[in-house]
Design a protein. Structure first.
Length: 454
């Protein structure tokens, strides 16, 4: 039994004082007591820790290296994508594991309690399968074992180079699987997952409308009857144009008409939607997986969060390309994008709750839903995914209630995160991951070996 006592904690009922949480050996919360005497680990401010709902871990090693203008005066998502393809041709399974461990460590230090890895780098350079077809999936699992992060692994189905069924380009060949091959890979990863931590889980990810055929897309809920289903949707204007050209509908409209969208689905980005599409998609119960820092970096566009939330839509936050892993900054960027577009302030606040509180609550609920993880609440029976903030910081000094969240998100940064527990594992202590030195050393070794590619 682990005891954690907080001067103030955010509970499902709201803010409470002198809160004692007991965590069982299984990583779940066994008891929550308000007005308790101090015991165990003492922290000033305790919050539920959210799920990072969308990550391509390997891209972290490229962060900061794609900010030059290329030969095309209109550099865009698509030119950036070509650079990624060149880089990933060189990655070994050992390097994939080392990069993933660094990413997961940084997620935990930022305050995330779990990660959903949208994992599509499956095969060897040249496209041949490894002897173990799930080799790289097991590397992601091994990284999670080292870092202690709660993992939801999403092996990604990627078959075609576009909506017309064209073959994969050279840079995409390591991703490729037919539906039959992908089911074999998914089953092998699932078998490997049985040896992972009890809170680890799996889902499935058809990459996008560009990368998976119509018949296979429509078969997903039957082919994979359990677990979350995630898919990129309507991220770029060129994607919208391609889907319209080949499938005679905008991406979101096509998905609404032809897929059984419901609460199992998490649709990533959705930055290119009409108002009608936004309303209709929000009402399906699917989660919008938003990655505001990456979407800003790639010029994807602005998700219509105001309209989405007004329609009762659920959303979650992910770090996607991992150019920056910063929970508070993702939330701040999301809200500021709405303000800039609409010429407003506190765009996502409600009459009852501040901007930070409303975004944080939504991120907790949406992330848990999208990962099908029993987390996001400091409540008996839930995984003990929690974070503490530095109440002695000048940025939080004298703050209480929702002002704590607003001050962290809009006036501070993730250096205010002091402790993180993932399913009861105390993995961040005094702002640093407990295995930081080893993880960073392995990452640096991987980067040294990749210098020629990046």
């Amino acid at each position: 039994m682990t005891s954690i006592w907080a001067e103030t904690a955010l509970l499902p009922s709201g803010w409470a004082s002198d809160v004692l949480i007991e965590v069982g050996a299984d990583g779940r919360i066994d008891a929550v007591q308000i007005g308790a005497a101090p015991d165990g680990r003492r922290v000033p401010i305790l919050l539920p820790a959210p799920v990072n709902v969308h990550s391509h871990a390997f891209q972290r090693a490229m962060a900061g290296l794609t900010e030059r203008r290329g030969p095309d005066p209109k550099d865009s998502f698509w030119t950036w994508r070509r650079l990624i393809f060149r880089f990933l041709d060189c990655l070994t399974p050992e390097q994939i594991e080392a990069i993933a461990a660094l990413v997961q460590m940084e997620m935990l230090e930022a305050g995330y309690g779990a990660s959903v890895e949208f994992h599509y780098l499956h095969h060897q350079p040249g496209g041949a399968a490894y002897a173990d077809i799930a080799e790289t999936s097991t590397r992601i699992m091994a990284a999670a074992e080292q870092t202690g992060i709660g993992l939801c692994l999403l092996p990604v189905h990627y078959q075609f180079g576009g909506c017309n069924g064209r073959p994969l380009a050279a840079g995409q060949i390591r991703f490729g699987n037919t539906m039959e091959q992908f089911q074999t890979l998914h089953a092998a990863a699932g078998a490997a997952m049985k040896g992972a931590c009890a809170d680890a889980s799996m889902g499935v990810a058809p990459h996008s409308l560009r990368a998976v055929g119509i018949a296979d897309l429509q078969s997903y809920t039957n082919a994979f009857p359990t677990g979350p289903i995630h898919m990129h949707l309507a991220e770029q204007t060129a994607e919208v144009d391609e889907v319209m050209r080949h499938w005679n509908a905008r991406p979101v409209h096509w998905a609404l008409e032809h897929l059984d969208l419901n609460e199992r689905w998490c649709l990533i980005h959705c930055t290119q939607m009409t108002a009608d599409e936004t309303i209709a998609l929000a009402r399906t119960g699917a989660v919008a997986g938003l990655c505001p820092i990456t979407e800003s970096s790639l010029g994807d566009g602005i998700f219509d969060a105001v309209r989405w939330v007004e329609e009762g839509g659920a959303f979650a936050i992910g770090s996607d390309s991992n150019i920056r892993i910063a929970l508070s900054e993702e939330l701040r960027t999301l809200d500021y994008s709405q303000r800039l577009r609409d010429g407003s302030r506190a765009a996502l606040a409600s009459a009852e709750r501040s901007t930070g509180r409303r975004m944080y609550d939504a991120t907790l609920q949406g992330g848990a839903k999208a990962a099908e993880r029993r987390s996001g609440r400091i409540e008996v029976g839930y995984w003990a995914d929690m974070l503490s903030l530095d109440g002695t910081s000048e940025h939080l000094w004298g703050r209480s209630g929702d002002d704590i969240l607003d001050s962290w998100i809009f006036a501070g940064d993730d250096h205010l995160v002091r402790d993180v527990w993932s399913a009861g594992r105390h993995v961040v202590v005094d702002g640093k991951h407990v295995a930081r030195a080893q993880i960073v050393a392995a990452y640096k070794q991987a980067v040294d070996a990749l210098k020629g590619a990046i």
